[in-house]
Design a protein around this ligand. Structure first.
Ligand code: ZN
Length: 171
């Protein structure tokens, strides 16, 4: 599994973004995306979660204009939110950041998904993970690089994120 920490994309590759001039056209992007998913066997590079649906394709170096195959990787909805913490923390408030944890970020995602699928509450999961000292999001990669992200069980108005996360729960 690739090591990771909460971060954000410099130029947003998030769906709906129209600001990235290096964005591929619709069919180019779909072909590339599909070849990455097939290459990775639809398995998230950060937590090993496997899913045929809802997996995203992320940029290893965070640069959404770098569409080389070795910069593209399969990422699940939960890890994708952690890698796009600006979106998760600020817009939807579904990602929380902590200074200390008993586990690394990969394990945090795996344990969260497992416990949630067993019906455990966020408070319960946070206690098991040993997440302490909650801190706010800052648009500063160095600051984020020593933090641990927790994706809450938030249910909100954005059906897309919600549904993707629900799919994540049952993994
Ligand atoms: Zn993942």
């Amino acid at each position: 599994m690739k090591k990771f920490h909460p971060t954000y994309a410099e130029t947003s590759g998030y769906r709906g973004s129209t600001q990235n001039k290096h964005r591929l056209s619709g069919s180019e992007a779909a072909t590339l995306r599909n070849s990455v998913l097939v290459r990775d066997h639809h398995k998230c590079s950060y937590c090993n979660f496997h899913g045929e649906k809802w997996q995203e394709v992320g940029y290893v170096d965070g640069d959404s204009s770098n569409n080389k195959l070795n910069n593209l990787t399969t990422v699940c909805p939960m890890c994708n939110l952690i890698l796009n913490s600006g979106l998760g923390c600020q817009i939807e408030s579904i990602v929380e950041l902590y200074k200390s944890s008993e586990y690394n970020q990969n394990k945090i995602v795996q344990i969260t998904r497992k416990m949630r699928s067993n019906g455990k509450s966020d408070i319960n999961i946070i206690r098991v993970l040993g997440l302490k000292d909650k801190v706010p999001f800052k648009r500063n990669k160095k600051y984020l690089s020593v933090l641990f992200a927790f994706v809450t069980s938030w249910k909100g108005s954005s059906g897309d994120v919600e549904e993707a996360l629900r799919y994540g729960y049952i993994g």
